[in-house]
Design a protein around this ligand. Structure first.
Ligand SMILES: C[S@@+](CC[C@H](N)C(=O)[O-])C[C@H]1O[C@@H](n2cnc3c(N)ncnc32)[C@H](O)[C@@H]1O
Length: 443
């Protein structure tokens, strides 16, 4: 099953966190086997870059000279040998057997030889070998935590004076995140949702409930539309868009400029319903616009499928959320394969798009209204640099978003930085690494 998902990820750019649950449902494995399949699939995908370098050392050839299905087998075998308690014999034998089953019998000898070589050293010994000659601490940390170096470096830059937290942050990318639910405002309170689901209330968002495990889709509250699965940090973004101080009366014209698949639009829509406001939700992809329609059924949300850079809407919105398309580096814990799929070259075109979307939002918001800019990436080019550049405009004032967040939290908020923007962190807040900044148009 792990191999099937790895193949789908490699061949069809599938997302493991969608492909694996589908496989597990079909196969009806018991709980222990499901847990093992999950550990092998996610663990191998997360460690892929590190495993590849170890395979290169052991096989004495570059991985791009190895047939991709054989390479997947080696990765899966190496992961078991180095990072699980599965016995070396079992790991090697089942991998060679899997090669035969997959019609790759001729590669059996090669797989056997490479895996035996890998099993002759511990994970730490291989990591030490790869670190030979690497003196830079971030480079060494990247190797040891199976992260591409450019990502570890981007995280360190964003942590700034707190770069000492980098090991905790990198470790958080490998930890299984708790399930976060958002209680739908006006339908159920966070407290009630915690009671009916047996979860615990979040401390940052008044609507958040945390579950340790379980399939949230099977919960009555979720099936009945009283709650949705949503990271607590994402809830804060939608709430900040609805609660940041604007000048003048809120006439209830709210806009979500990048709405798909609709998590934040649904939360905004529920708040809008209570306050007599309405939300226009823009999404460029037709499929994702359909998902927004589905997520916001029964709410005062109108979905428009168009490009947010020139949506052709009448301006004068009181509030605009720009939850911009981004690298997603802040949600690596949810997407096992993502860290090896992204490259530093992905960032500049995203930044260009982010700037254009903020410009468009500022043209659509009325003077005195607020644009809430957010990303699920902590990369400074996508966060602070975008805001700094836009704040050079004479008609834009950057508000301190921290009091907006503390005004809603159940407990005093720690680790919100020096403002005016806020960067959330998995290792500090238990959320995805969401960034948010509130921009008020002054004239
Ligand atoms: C980070 S996601 C938004 C997540 C969403 N706010 C939620 O909470 O479910 C960014 C979205 O922007 C959309 N997008 C990308 N380019 C766009 C554009 N030019 N105009 C409008 N939407 C765009 C993407 O298709 C994607 O659905």
């Amino acid at each position: 099953m792990a191999l099937a998902v790895m193949t789908a990820v490699r061949d069809r750019s599938a997302y493991a966190n969608l492909a694996l649950p589908a496989q597990l449902r079909r196969a009806r494995l018991d709980q222990r086997d499901s847990a093992l399949a999950t550990e092998l699939t996610y663990g191998t995908l997360r460690s892929q870059g590190l495993l590849d370098r170890i395979i290169e050392l052991a096989a004495s050839r570059p991985v791009d000279e190895v047939d991709p299905p054989v390479l997947d087998l080696l990765r899966l075998g190496a992961y078991q040998l180095l990072f699980t308690r599965i016995g070396a014999h079992a790991a090697v034998d089942t991998t060679v057997e899997a090669a035969r089953t997959a019609g790759l019998g001729r590669a059996g000898g090669f797989v056997n030889a490479v895996l035996r070589k890998i099993s002759s050293r511990s994970a730490q010994e291989w990591i030490d070998a790869l670190r030979e000659g690497v003196t830079d601490p971030i480079g060494r940390m990247a190797i040891g935590t199976a992260h591409p170096e450019w990502i570890a470096r981007a995280f360190a830059e964003s942590l700034g004076s707190a770069a000492g937290e980098l090991p905790d942050l990198l470790a958080a990318d490998d930890a299984r995140p708790k399930v976060h639910l958002a209680a739908r405002p006006g339908a159920i309170s966070g407290e009630e949702l915690a009671l009916v689901t047996g979860g615990s209330e979040g401390t940052l968002s008044p609507y958040a409930v945390h579950l340790d495990s379980g399939d949230p889709g099977s919960l009555d509250a979720v099936k009945e539309g009283l709650a949705a699965v949503q990271d607590e940090g994402s809830q804060l973004v939608a709430l900040a868009a609805a609660r940041s101080p604007i000048v003048g009366e809120d006439e209830g014209r709210w806009l979500d400029l990048c709405a798909g698949p609709g998590g934040k639009a649904a939360l905004l829509g529920a708040l809008a319903e209570i306050e007599g406001a309405s939300v226009t939700a823009v999404e460029v992809s037709e499929h994702r616009a359909d998902l927004v329609r589905e997520a916001t059924r029964d709410l005062p949300v109108q979905v428009v499928t168009t490009d947010g850079r020139s949506p052709g809407l009448e301006s004068g919105f009181d509030r605009v959320l720009v939850d911009a398309p981004c690298s997603g580096l802040g949600a690596l814990r949810r997407r096992p394969e993502a860290r090896w799929r992204k490259t530093a070259a992905d960032i500049p075109p995203l930044v260009a798009l982010q700037r254009e979307l903020v410009d468009s939002a500022l043209a659509l918001v009325r003077p005195g209204g607020v644009v809430l800019y957010a990303t699920c990436s902590p990369h400074l080019s996508e966060t602070v640099s975008v805001v700094r550049e836009i704040s050079r405009r004479a008609d834009v004032e950057v508000l301190d978003v921290r009091p907006v967040l503390s005004g809603m939290a159940a407990e005093p908020l720690d680790g919100m930085g020096e403002g005016p923007w806020v960067q959330l962190w998995p290792h500090r807040h238990g959320t995805d690494a969401m960034f948010m900044a509130a921009l008020r148009r002054t004239e």
